[in-house]
Write a protein that binds this ligand. Structure first.
Ligand code: NZQ
Ligand code: ZN
Length: 386
């Protein structure tokens, strides 16, 4: 196990009806906030009304930025920074999933930065200050509700990049699993694929002697599979939803990376190129890329891939190479079974696009820890996805 420092400042309030606690938390730092949300789901499922009612009962004033799209874009962040300054807010409330939370984190950092906050994504600026951020989570996938990361697409340059800052952790995140009953099945499935990918990026990074972390990781993957199987049939099963919600947070709140080597993250890098170019949902992109990456790299650590097959799918095959492949195939079949695409053609992305995706990814190669990938490797992986 490697040495590590672990600290996570986000307070989690978990449970049914807990959005009513929002005002009580926000009033500790803020008098007027910017509400950031997406294209309207929160107005249909009652979350918006719950938020407003809690803020009003504590006399908190607000302005609103709506219309954040999945795969959120830099121009919307700029609009948010301008609005936050004009309205002189002293806090931000993100009501949504990763796209809304990441936009909010970027607006919160951009509020204090004279230049273009895109600088934080290209290593020209380290976010030193941020407005306080509060989250009402409505879709579980990214773990953004309890980490300091944000992913934004610069639509002009077609770069989907991330930044991380210790200042960008939400102060408080409210996780009410019941507000996710309204998710379309495909969004629940996208979220599940993202959670599994976060676990596996860390699990397959070549670390040794991290038994406790491996057991936690395998437990999260099994729980995600079991809960999602229930939710695809019964979207309003509270206990299954609650287990999926907390699995998603635990997968990327820092705990899961402790003692390890930092994670591989090549599948995420390739997927981000895919969604920068084709606007595919992040989870769907990962369902295509991750099994192909596993196929391409399993020989670097056959034992670990065989362990995964055994611990997650109960595959008891003595030939470890065979077991490794069986585990990868089972994961891919499971993605298919919950309605996710597992090839570029499933996602209606033309086969001829491979070179374009490689070119986009090549802005950042080499990446990956289990196997360092060059553009030619990325191309081989994409060729396994057609
Ligand atoms: O816009 P609305 O109408 O709200 O609809 C949203 C959106 O279309 C809908 N939705 C959310 N909650 C709902 C709901 N529909 C019905 N009922 C509800 N309760 O779901 C759609 C997807 O939302 P989005 O926020 O895009 O999903 P997700 O949480 O998967 O976020 C994806 C983004 O996060 C980034 C991804 O790359 C992608 O841009 N990531 C962020 C990370 C981080 N900050 O740590 C790490 C991840 O690896 C990831 O890269
Ligand atoms: Zn992800």
């Amino acid at each position: 196990m490697k040495d590590f420092v672990f600290q996570n400042p986000t307070k989690i309030i978990f449970g049914k009806g807990k959005i009513s606690k929002l005002g009580e938390e926000v009033v500790k730092t803020s008098k007027k906030v910017l509400l950031v949300y997406g294209k309207g789901s929160i107005k249909e499922n009652g979350v918006y009304d719950q938020v407003i009612s809690s803020l009003k009962s504590y006399g908190i004033d607000f302005a609103e930025l709506s219309g954040v799209k999945p795969n959120p874009v830099l121009s919307k962040v700029h609009e948010g920074v301008d609005l936050a300054r004009k309205e002189q807010v002293d806090g931000i409330i993100a009501i949504g999933g990763g796209s809304v939370i990441d936009s909010s984190k970027t607006i919160a950092a951009g509020f204090y930065y004279e230049g273009d906050i895109w600088d934080a994504f290209i290593g020209k600026y380290k976010a030193k200050k941020s407005l306080p951020i509060y989250v009402v989570l409505t879709i579980s996938a990214t773990g953004s509700e309890m980490n300091g990361g944000a992913v934004i697409t610069n639509e002009k340059t077609k770069q989907k990049y991330s930044f991380w800052s210790v200042k960008s952790y939400p102060r408080v995140s409210i996780l009410d699993p019941s507000v996710q009953f309204s998710l379309p099945k495909i969004q629940t499935a996208n979220g599940a694929a993202d959670v599994i990918a976060h676990v596996l990026e860390l699990y397959f990074d070549g670390s040794r002697n991290v038994q406790i972390m491996d057991e936690i990781s395998e437990g999260i993957v099994r729980t995600v599979i079991d809960s999602t199987n229930i939710l695809i049939k019964t979207p309003d099963d509270y206990e299954a939803r609650a287990n999926l919600v907390w699995s998603a947070t635990l997968a990327l709140n820092g705990i899961n990376g402790t003692g390890r080597s930092g994670g591989d993250w090549a599948s995420h890098a390739i997927e981000h190129s895919l969604s920068a170019l084709y606007d595919i949902a992040h989870g769907s992109g990962l369902a295509i890329i991750m099994p192909a990456w596993m196929r391409y790299t399993y020989k670097e650590d056959v034992e670990k891939f065989a362990r995964f097959a055994n611990k997650v799918f109960g595959i008891d095959e003595l030939d470890h190479e065979k077991a490794a492949i069986m585990g990868i195939d089972r994961l891919k079949d499971w993605y298919k079974s919950i309605g996710l695409p597992v090839s570029l053609s499933d996602a209606k992305i033309p086969v001829e696009s491979v070179d374009k995706i490689v070119e986009n990814a090549a802005m950042r190669t080499p990446f990956g820890r289990l196997k360092k990938l060059q553009p030619s490797d990325v191309k081989e992986i994409l060729n396994l996805c057609v």
